[in-house]
Design a protein around this ligand. Structure first.
Ligand code: PLP
Length: 394
């Protein structure tokens, strides 16, 4: 299989598996135990904490708390801060967040919070003046993602953080799940207070994530129980997974092939847009403000689900917009917020590359995709529109 769905999840790297394996078989104590096996487990967890802190540029490893996934980190950050500050009920977020933030904020709106949803333009960018105007004295938290999971568009979180700091007492939460391991991150030199990440997006297994909590920011515990994670999240630590996350962070830091992934993505994107008349890019054209591995492309007047199935049969895994929408027929809220026309949004495919993709895989994808689209175009009920596109390729 050719796996071009790395924003959905990634394969566990062999180096990461090798690092976690002993903690599944040989070193099996409870990190809270006082005996030597337990202490080895504890030491492994603390080392992983340092590896995570290093990759995201945290000042202190103690600012990292391990969780079970990115969604948990997002929920804890936003829900926890509101619980800690019951007199401040205003939340600001954006229309294009992942469900972990979007659906949580929709829920908060139902239970009495006031949520301001910042709009994006057709390229998926925020208008920062809208944020300035939305900030209020009772704004508790501003939540914005660093990298969009569907389009790869990057929000300028350093600038956003400064605006939040200069104009309010709100804390700034960033969903960094798609960015970690793909672009450099330096939290200590930012105004970010809370930052979520997830192991399975960077070659660690599913079931582990982390929340960065800047020193001084107070959150109630996410799980109440034992004193694990300095009393902030009870429950016996998932040591093998935590060790894997640490190893994955170290691997990402020492990985010098980011440029290779980017150039594969660029070739795939350029060639698709050149060879297929009804293809259009969703999100900023400026690649310096997009993740280096992601292309979201609409094939107008064709069903994305059909493209996905044909590609799958040919051995290529992609996603229609976000994997989470693959069971519904509504177009993705992110593409809707960007005003992508329905007939294009329905035909959107997300290609997300990773460290194991090769030149040959991209060649193969470029060889089969035009044929698949051509076949589907012939079956499409939108003859006239498609003829017009063929006459005037972009
Ligand atoms: N935030 C973003 C931007 C994501 O892309 C995802 C997963 O796709 C999540 C949060 C949720 O992460 P997890 O699957 O670890 O809960």
């Amino acid at each position: 299989m050719i796996y071009l769905d790395n924003n959905a999840t990634t394969r566990v790297a062999p180096e990461v598996f090798a690092a976690m394996q002993p903690y599944l078989t040989e070193v099996y104590g409870n990190p809270s135990s006082a005996h030597s096996l337990g202490q080895r487990m504890k030491a492994a967890v603390e080392r992983a904490r340092e590896q995570v802190a290093e990759l995201i540029g945290a000042e202190n490893a103690s600012e990292i708390v391990f969780t079970s996934c990115g969604s948990e980190s997002d929920n804890w950050a936003i829900g926890g801060f509101l619980e800690e500050n019951p007199t401040r009920r205003h939340v600001i977020t954006t229309r294009v967040e992942h469900e972990a933030v979007r659906n949580l904020c929709a829920h908060l709106a139902q239970i009495g919070c006031e949520v301001t949803w910042l709009e994006v333009n057709e390229n998926g960018e925020l208008v920062l003046d809208d944020l300035r105007q939305a900030l209020r004295r009772d704004t508790a938290i501003v939540s914005a993602m660093l990298a969009n999971n569907e389009t790869g568009v990057l929000f300028p979180v350093n600038e956003i953080g400064k605006i939040v700091r200069e104009n309010s007492d709100a804390v700034f939460h960033v969903d960094g799940v798609q960015a970690v391991g793909k672009i450099p991150i330096d939290l200590k030199h930012s105004e970010i207070d809370l930052f979520a990440l997830s192991g399975h997006k960077l070659h660690a297994p599913q079931g582990v994530g982390a929340l960065y909590i800047r020193e001084g920011v107070k959150l109630p515990p996410f799980i109440i129980g034992g004193g694990q994670e300095q009393g902030r999240r009870a429950g016996t630590s998932a040591v093998p997974n935590i060790v894997a996350l640490g190893a994955a962070c170290e691997l990402a830091e020492n990985f010098d092939e980011h440029e290779r992934i980017e150039s594969l993505r660029n070739r795939l994107e350029d060639e698709i847009l050149k060879r297929i008349p009804n293809a259009r890019l969703n999100g900023l054209f400026d690649r310096t403000r997009r993740l280096p591995n992601t292309s979201n492309i609409s094939f107008e007047y064709v069903e994305g689900e059909n493209i996905l199935l044909h590609l799958d049969q040919a051995g290529v895994c992609v996603s229609t917009g976000s994997a989470c929408h693959s069971t519904t027929h509504e177009s993705s809220p992110t593409l809707r917020a960007m005003n992508v026309p329905y007939t294009a949004a329905q035909g959107s495919i997300r290609f997300s590359l990773g460290r194991y993709n090769t030149e040959q895989e991209i060649d193969y994808t470029l060889e089969i995709l035009p044929e698949i689209i051509n076949k589907l175009v012939e079956m499409s009920p939108y003859d006239k529109e498609l003829q017009a596109l063929k006459m005037s390729p972009r």
